[in-house]
Design a protein. Sequence first.
Length: 237
Amino acid sequence: MTSRLQFFPLLLILVLSLAVLGACADNGDDSDEPTASDVVEQAADAFDDLNSANFELDIDGTIGIDAEGMISLGAVSGEIARPADARADASVIFGGSSVSLEMVASDGEMFMRNLLTGNWERAPSDLQYDPARIFDEDEGIAAIIDQLEDIELEGEDSVGGTDAFHLTGRVDTPAVTALAGDFFESEQLDVDIWVAQDDYRLLRVVLHDTEAEDPMSWELSLSDHDEPVDIDVPELE
């Protein structure tokens, strides 16, 4: 009888120890899950280290890119490289028709292929779109990330087969005007961001003007991060 009585306290100690260890393990798992702030901070650092990428821009709305408003931007794809180089094929609306416009940006200078002659020339001074601005520290994607408010981690998602964190937030419209254009009506925009889970590289940024009379959106996707790109300044004819 005595041996049994001595056994029960020992058994109780073992059971309690296992319970404590299990609780510690659970807490450890929770602490490994990143917060929204963690993901945004890591994404900002990864973007700062990014030197080149392919990009695609889709616009649901009308963005005029010249002073007269005769040319509006529809969609763009191309390559970007630091510090301020880009090659882009843009779908624009000109004279009521959709046409393809080739652009090259290099070190603050913009070039475009003339829609009529097909020759390369310097872009008009009133051209209001520069794809290389994506990498601009003060007016590009970095500025949008830095000024995000009300950030929430919505959960996990997939972008082009890449496991991603999906975040939402809001940003003041003036923070995006230089990059996205002055076509949003609301003072603040809703923002969706997708960040790769493995290395926190930025995959997609979407700006929504849901409070506008006609809701508009601006969607930028990045791929082939840090892959070599070939951007040459065109010869003028």
